[in-house]
Ligand binder design. Structure first.
Ligand SMILES: CC(C)(COP(=O)(O)OP(=O)(O)OC[C@H]1O[C@@H](n2cnc3c(N)ncnc32)[C@H](O)[C@@H]1OP(=O)(O)O)[C@@H](O)C(=O)NCCC(=O)NCCS
Length: 170
């Protein structure tokens, strides 16, 4: 399989903050931003492998700054690293105060997607080639994050075996 450049999976989305998108602090509702992040990250993964993909995990969403109704919200996503069938996608959220033009990194997130074949089984994906300084830094640090994810997945499986599925009234 031919490797692909990070830039080939890159996508962008810019949105306003509408009154229906805010929380009781009048800043963007976290769940709304998480939905934007999963949405754009899935497109980046899909563009990289040209296969259907599923979200396997979200490492974290770090909300670094509140997002105000007077801001625009721009998300950038691209594939930083690949395993065999999995792809790590980085999402950067940049807000712009529309009155002043000041920009802030409001959130960052790493997600993992898995490419599936027509029988919904994991299928190999092309490797990724970084070019810019940002892409290279994220590519080089990815194996460390993948190892932490592997450990966390084992822990999640053990926890799931222990947890009850009973409803409180049963
Ligand atoms: C993700 C999924 C396809 C993995 O399938 P599986 O049969 O467990 O496959 P494997 O164990 O062989 O893992 C396949 C790849 O996924 C990766 N993976 C699986 N679970 C992962 C997790 N929680 N975090 C990161 N990577 C994960 C594995 O490391 C492996 O990567 P590699 O091929 O690059 O080495 C399966 O668990 C699934 O369908 N989960 C639900 C996904 C979903 O519904 N998402 C929407 C959220 S509502």
């Amino acid at each position: 399989m031919e490797p692909r450049y990070s830039r080939e999976s890159k996508c962008y989305k810019t949105s306003r903050v509408f009154p229906t998108d805010v929380n009781n602090h009048n800043t963007l509702f976290g769940g709304k931003l998480m939905s934007y992040i999963d949405d754009i990250a899935s497109i980046a993964a899909h563009k990289h492998c040209r296969r259907s993909v599923v979200t396997a995990s979200t490492d974290s969403v770090d909300f670094l700054h509140p997002i105000k109704p007077s801001d625009s919200v721009c998300l950038e996503a691209f594939v930083t690293w690949t395993g065999k069938s999995s792809m790590e996608v980085f999402v950067k959220v940049v807000t712009e105060d529309l009155k002043t033009g000041n920009r802030t990194i409001a959130a960052t997130s790493f997600l993992t997607f898995v490419a599936l074949d027509d029988n919904k089984k994991p299928v190999p994906v092309p490797q990724v080639v970084p070019e810019t300084e940002e892409e290279t830094k994220l590519h080089e640090s990815a194996p460390q994050r993948a190892e932490l994810r592997r450990i966390r997945r084992e822990e999640s499986k053990k926890l799931a075996e222990f947890l009850t599925m009973k409803n409180p009234w049963e």
